[in-house]
Design a protein around this ligand. Structure first.
Ligand code: C2E
Ligand code: CA
Ligand code: CA
Ligand code: CA
Length: 279
């Protein structure tokens, strides 16, 4: 009996430490990946619904894992946030995006603005504006070619530091995009106060568009609100021609989603810069 008790104790102990080890391992692996520079950016086109032209693109990070292949952000962003490594990773993303724009410019390509995802934690650190200014200067990039995407919750968290940092970013001339719009609780006046440029409507709303009159009415309300505030509006997650059709008739400015293009490696972007989409 004594031996069994001892075994049980051992079981719990090793179970706990397994979880701890797993977490420490993940953090360690991510830290190492950052040191080894194992991250790449893919780019997803955003297209103007009237002209069918590329209007912008979103930089989306991927981890080129030496054993597991290309990993999506779902596999590592949360760990990066939980461990504070997001700050370093976020800086790498800004650096890579600016370097890429600089390279496209040097090749004489018709570059469109690139928007970069920034997490709340990164913003709280107050280093985003300095990082952006530094990277744009080093790579000779105009601020009009950069936007930052923030979710509603990170943009309007009541920490004064965030809005101070956002003002600083804004005064560089960098555009401000609200990501996953509709999933948070921002008000009209907040959007106006922060001088937001673009609303990216969460794909949940796009998917509800063709599932009855309610979905259409809801999207219509978002479009008229954006009109009143003079914001550009982008529908995320557009996957079907039917959705595109509905969005065009509602007067949604831009679309992004698998119907137009998945996120692609940087090497594929030049071919898409001149392309006419949607027709
Ligand atoms: P997000 O900012 O909402 O980015 C859009 C995500 O939706 C991307 O997933 C994209 O591949 C996916 N998507 C695009 N079109 C469609 C579509 O038509 N249907 C569906 N179902 N999905 C579509 P991805 O690349 O896996 O990124 C996931 C999330 O990871 C992003 O969501 C963003 O929140 C985060 N993320 C990506 N890159 C970065 C980064 O550099 N920094 C930070 N902090 N977060 C990032
Ligand atoms: Ca985004
Ligand atoms: Ca989004
Ligand atoms: Ca998101």
């Amino acid at each position: 009996a004594k031996a069994a008790g001892k075994g049980q104790f051992h079981f719990y102990q090793s179970h706990l430490s397994d979880r701890l080890i797993l977490r420490v391992n993940k953090e360690q692996a991510l830290r190492q990946a950052i040191e080894r520079d194992e991250f790449v950016l893919h780019y997803q086109p955003r297209v103007d619904t009237l002209s069918g032209k590329l209007s912008s693109m979103e930089a989306l990070v991927r981890w080129m894992h030496p054993e597991h292949g290309l990993l999506p952000p779902l596999e590592f962003i949360q760990v990066a946030e939980d461990t504070g490594l997001i700050t370093k990773l976020g800086e790498m993303v800004i650096e890579k995006a600016c370097a890429q724009i600089g390279q496209w410019q040097a090749q004489g390509l018709p570059v469109v603005p690139v928007s970069i995802n920034v997490s709340a934690l990164q913003l709280n650190n107050g280093s985003v504006e300095r990082m952006l200014a530094d990277c744009m200067a080093r790579h000779g990039i105009d601020a009009s070619l950069i936007g930052i995407e923030l979710t509603e919750s990170s943009m309007f968290s009541d920490a004064g530091m965030v809005s101070g940092e956002l003002d600083a970013v804004r005064s560089l001339g960098v555009k401000l995009l609200v990501d996953d719009f509709g999933t948070g609780y921002s008000s009209l006046s907040q959007l106006q106060q922060l001088d937001v440029d673009v609303l990216k409507v969460d794909r949940a709303f796009t998917h509800r568009l063709c599932e009855g009159s309610e979905g259409k009415a809801l999207f219509k309300a978002i479009v008229s609100m954006a009109d009143a505030l003079d914001l550009r509006i982008v529908a995320e997650g557009v996957e079907t021609a039917e959705q595109l059709d509905a969005l065009q008739s509602l007067g949604c400015d831009e679309v992004q989603g698998y119907l137009v293009s998945h996120a692609v490696p940087a090497a594929d972007m030049p071919g898409l810069m001149q392309k006419r989409f949607l027709f």
